[in-house]
Design a protein around this ligand. Sequence first.
Ligand SMILES: O=C[C@H](O)COP(=O)(O)O
Length: 251
Amino acid sequence: MRRKLAAGNWKMNGVKAQLAELDNIRKTHPNPAVDVLICPPATLLSDAVKTVSGYPMMIGGQDCHTANSGAHTGDISADMIKDAGGTAVIVGHSERREDHGESDAQICAKATTVMENGLIAVVCIGESLAQREAGETLSVIGAQLAGSVPDTASAAQLVIAYEPIWAIGTGLIPTLEQIAEVHDFMRENMIQRFGTDTANGIRLLYGGSVKPGNATEIFAVSNVDGALVGGASLTAADFCPIIAALEASAV
Ligand SMILES: O=C[C@H](O)COP(=O)(O)O
């Protein structure tokens, strides 16, 4: 059965003082009953890994290059993230797609590199508000899954995060029915592509304005295996109740 996953994406937030929040999570949840992943900025990766040493929390990157090394100023590779002690990498976040013009094909190549390095790829997909209002949500999600998820993916190394762009950092979330519709669609899409056994092992996260106040109802939705949390992952005070809500949904 799929193990639930509470993932935090700190985005471009945090200097060394922020690592105290990892200690606070550790104190509040010394033995989490779900997987926990925090993706700090690259500058904090090594220190974050040291901070959580001996504690079952994964640390990951927020992006990587398609290559393991080379003349790519400013980029970091999956190999470097692994070397720093990271075990997962977010690829294809809508902020990367928008700010850096990343295509599905590039994201697929990044996810492939992540998996070849033995790490977990957290592939992000999601529709814009205009696409939702035009009734295009499922066709957009289908195209992003086809273009961004490598054929070589295994259940153990693939996590898919459904993040409607209009829900990110806005305080807006889709209705629970809308979340269920997309998550059921994603599961069925994976079954068609990879077969039932693999597809049923792939974790599908919801992301976009997940907070302590709405986590319980979101985690009760069909085929939601956890969350990718932005703003509310920055403090243990916000993130720990989300972990607790996920733990409660897992029993
Ligand atoms: O990666 C995280 C998502 O973009 C969600 O961000 P948010 O929880 O701040 O809305």
